[in-house]
Ligand binder design. Sequence first.
Ligand code: ZN
Length: 245
Amino acid sequence: MKSNEYASMLVEDGVHHISDYRGDSFYLIFGDNKAILFDTGMGNGDLKGYIKNLTDKEVEVIISHAHWDHIMQANQFEKVYMNHKDIEIIKLFNMNIDYTNFLDIRDGEIIDLGKRKLEIIEVPGHTPGSTVLLDKDNKLLFSGDAIGAGHTWMQLPGCLPLTQYLESLYRLSKRSNEFEKIYHGHLAGTDFKPFPREYLFDLIKAVEKVISGELVGEPYPYGNFGGLYVTYGMATLVYNPQNVK
Ligand SMILES: [Zn+2]
């Protein structure tokens, strides 16, 4: 379904991919009883109205992390969950977001949508409160920018050191037999295809090799935040050489 501001397509049974005018990705994930909107994009339109055309179920929002291109329309919705560790990111970038009613979510919580359960897993790195959703019955991981959004950006102000990010990735990799596809936060950057699980292993190698000094990046030509980039297999990692350890 297409409006002036948003477009959606069914990518999995009960999962709509929605993009806004910038191509930011967010997901409407259905259970029998309610739906989760994972991120709200930058956008500048009536997202709530658009979602109402897709479902008459109750919709709750979970924010993957507090970057502008994932959170800017969150205030259109009543019930918004966001890991409170990311409030510092809203402050850091001085974003015009009212987070006072945002409900905290933490690692291990299960959101039961009715015939579909989503587990909250914290993957600190890209931001301190970066959160992914595991739908293990359907072998899906929704990763925001925590794991590969086209390129994995770790060069931004507010990103944790790569050594801490690596710990998060090791922890997630222990669950890697529970998902096969990674639906990340910028699906347009990968031709609207999710990454396979193996992306995570390539990303881990890239981070390990930057930390060990085995790989040294080239200047990253995109975005306004500088940084160096390396590639390993499917993964492109962008990092700040001052924020490795
Ligand atoms: Zn981000």
